[in-house]
Design a protein around this ligand. Structure first.
Ligand code: NI
Length: 183
């Protein structure tokens, strides 16, 4: 396994549409391992293959409950009900933004064994899945955000904002400030 450099906003590879994985080879398994290790190393909660320069339809996510590894993910369902929450991205470290997305999803993909898995979820994990799927289509949250803000690192020391009162309507999984997480 290896920790890879995470591509940033200005790098053209992030804008490519990733290609489906026709067959799960040892290289794909290695890609899954490297994605997870890079995500954990960066303190992120999701990472898509294009973010480490690999244009394949693969992503990993872990919001604290378990590691999800998805190959060729597609949404079978996106709810009409939507929610607007702050989002960050490992590839856009200087910014966060308010993004409106469907609240619940049904995602289908393959796991590392080549088995088809279907995940129905809502709230934070549904948002992470959508953010990572966007990466597979060359889309960054800054493209679709209602508003984008610069992170103010200096203020972090002065103000204790850990307990600030965010709108928790997105679901029980929603952490205090999702803008602090990077996907
Ligand atoms: Ni991201």
């Amino acid at each position: 396994m290896a920790v890879y450099r995470i591509l940033e906003e200005h790098e053209p590879s992030l804008r490519e549409k990733a290609k489906p994985v026709p067959k799960i080879t040892p290289n794909v398994l290695k890609l899954l391992d490297n994605l997870a290790e890079t995500m954990y190393s960066a303190g992120g909660v999701g990472l898509a293959a294009p973010q480490i320069g690999v244009p394949k339809r693969v992503f990993v996510a872990d919001i604290g409950d378990q590691l999800y590894e998805l190959i060729n993910p597609v949404f079978l369902r996106l709810s009409e009900e939507a929610a607007s929450e702050n989002e960050g991205c490992l590839s856009v470290p200087e910014k966060y933004g308010l993004v409106t997305r469907p609240l619940s999803v049904v995602l289908e993909g393959q796991n590392r064994l080549g088995e088809t898995v279907t995940i129905a979820t809502e709230g934070y994990l549904a948002r992470v899945f959508q953010h990572e799927s966007d990466h597979l289509n060359g889309i960054l949250f800054t493209d679709i955000a209602d508003a984008v803000y610069l992170r103010d690192y200096e203020d972090d020391d002065e103000d204790n904002e850990d307990e600030d009162d965010d709108d928790m309507s997105g679901g029980a999984d929603m952490p205090g400030d999702i803008g602090e997480d990077r996907l």
